[in-house]
Design a protein around this ligand. Structure first.
Ligand SMILES: [Zn+2]
Length: 376
């Protein structure tokens, strides 16, 4: 239990791309890892190179014909119209690219390796994981395979019976909620922006009692995130007494992210991480969305620092500043990045009033009789 955290990565995230114009055509995992190393926050013994999940491993959740279609797309570098429609690949943000199988399969392999490392307890961070929209038989929302689901299934296969999945990505964790909607061993909680794609995860959606959804308004600030954790997420952890917590730590809820209207600083996500530490014998932290390379790299590097008991609100070392100055973003905001993206790791706090609608979400969630462990 005193084992130091492990960090799982792979060079495939540096050398592959979804294509120039895709929102994910930015350095994310590689940038975070470079920043972590440049800050001196990683002992090499903590680093684990990710294996690639095999088609057989993926078939624990995904349909064999779908897996075969993704493999074929990698071989052919194109998808016939019939399969495009059937599997949602080659369209709708799920492009065919040279590593269309290998890259997502590596993210799944990393999460499965994490579950092995967590067998007797501990903490693992796999920032390439968190592809929470992946469906059993089709791609969705830039996600080809669903590594959180595969990781949780691996935990269940190892005999765990109480797993708490917490998703703070700006988008609803639909694929994970749906996968475990009928499984009382897994409780999924998602905090996401109201009214945003995939438009699921309404507050009244409880997936038969095994899920909780907290759709939050645009402008959601650090104080509001802290209040939802203190009033809902952490009390539920106390009730559940989970054997493992899986955190999907998408960075697209940051104010600097272009894909959501949420207004968080990276300090809010670091508090999310620190508040979940010690609440279960196993903590698996994954990545997720995040579409501003500077925001993602600084946030996720800081997540790793927090997991190691290091204060991430430190000035970047010269090597770290060089990493930040070396990042690029094919968007107008990337042409002249503000100085704070280059010379700081921590954002300024974005505190504010906790709005009534956020308080009402928490009250409704904790007042409902079907919340896990509630006396009724
Ligand atoms: Zn997202």
């Amino acid at each position: 239990m005193t084992q130091r955290p492990f960090l799982i990565g792979s060079e495939i995230y540096r050398t592959s791309s979804y294509g120039r114009r895709h929102p994910l055509a930015i350095p994310r995992v590689s940038a975070a890892l470079d920043l972590i190393r440049a800050m001196g926050w990683l002992e090499e013994a903590q680093y684990v190179d990710s294996p690639r999940a095999t088609p057989e491993q993926l078939a624990r959740f995904h349909a064999p014909d779908y897996i075969a279609a993704v493999l074929q797309a990698e071989a052919d570098q194109q998808v016939p119209a019939e399969k495009r429609a059937r599997y949602n690949i080659g369209c709708n943000g799920n492009p065919v690219f040279p590593e269309i199988f290998r890259r997502p399969a590596t993210a799944c392999g990393g999460t499965l390796r994490a579950v092995e490392l967590l067998r007797d307890g501990g903490t693992v961070y796999s920032p390439a994981g968190g592809t929470h929209h992946g469906q059993p038989d089709r791609a969705s929302g830039f996600c080809y395979f669903n590594d959180p689901v595969l990781g949780i299934l691996a935990m269940l296969d190892r005999g765990l019976t109480r797993i708490y999945y917490v998703d703070v990505d700006a988008h609803h964790g639909d694929g994970v909620q749906d996968a475990f909607a009928d499984d009382d061993r897994v409780f999924t909680l998602s905090i996401h922006e109201s009214g945003r794609w995939p438009y699921t995860g309404k507050a009244e959606d409880r997936a038969g009692g095994s899920a909780l959804n907290l759709p939050v308004p645009a402008g959601f600030n650090d104080s509001e995130m802290a209040s939802l954790f203190d009033d809902v997420v952490l009390p539920l952890a106390a009730r559940l007494q989970p054997e493992a917590i899986v955190l999907q730590g998408g960075a697209d809820g940051l104010a600097d992210d272009p894909m959501s209207g949420l207004g968080l600083s990276n300090r809010a996500l670091w508090r999310v991480v620190s508040s979940l530490m010690g609440r279960a014998p196993r903590l698996l932290v994954l990545g997720g969305g995040g579409y501003n390379p500077w925001a993602v790299a600084r946030c996720w590097a800081g997540v790793w620092a927090v997991l190691n008991g290091i204060d991430p609100a430190a000035p970047p070392t010269p090597a770290a500043e060089a990493v930040l100055r070396g990042l690029w973003w094919n968007r107008s905001q990337g042409r002249e990045p503000p100085e704070r993206w280059l010379t700081t790791i921590a954002d300024a706090p974005r505190e504010g009033a906790v709005r009534d609608e956020v308080r009402a979400l928490a009250a409704a969630a904790m007042g409902s009789t079907d919340v896990v462990g509630a006396e009724s």
